[in-house]
Design a protein around this ligand. Sequence first.
Ligand code: SF4
Length: 190
Amino acid sequence: MTDAMTLLKSECEACQNCPLGATRTNLVFGVGSPKAQVLFVGEGPGEQEDLQGEPFVGRSGQLLDKYLELVGIPRDGGKVYIANIVKCRPPHNRDPKPEESESCLPWLRQQVRLIRPKIIVCLGRIAAQRLIDPDFRVTREHGVFREKGGILFMGTFHPAALLRNPAQKKDALADFQALREKMEELRIEN
Ligand code: SF4
């Protein structure tokens, strides 16, 4: 982690800007290379993530890791950073409330400023509606790249949704393959 990212993380560890701070076991700040060219953003930590302090480490994380391997950007390979819209676990894995997401987004914005990714992949509806379009519909718009502020955004299925509905795995795989093609087009090494 760069010094600036380490500093940001330590500031974030003290955050109590929304009620989720009071019930977290661990802050789930994010993981990966601060020089990553691809940033993945989910909605928020689940139980395992809260316990371990790392995003996407439960069953859905294993599925995400599988897709990352398939496109040649493994989690620990230095090309990827993984974060969430909210850094503390919403109780009982409910969706983050809009006001909680609003309170937490400045942390993600600072991470984006430090990382300066070329591509941001939103994992699931909550992240895509926050970062791409408030009306984003995953089933209709997944896999589509659109440019905002010099960054390419793409939304795809949340791995937890794929575990509930395996029929969508084919579409998710196509999205990751499209990501790989986009990385090659942009000459992002992998
Ligand atoms: S969810 Fe975000 S804003 Fe709320 S306490 Fe945690 S770090 Fe702070």
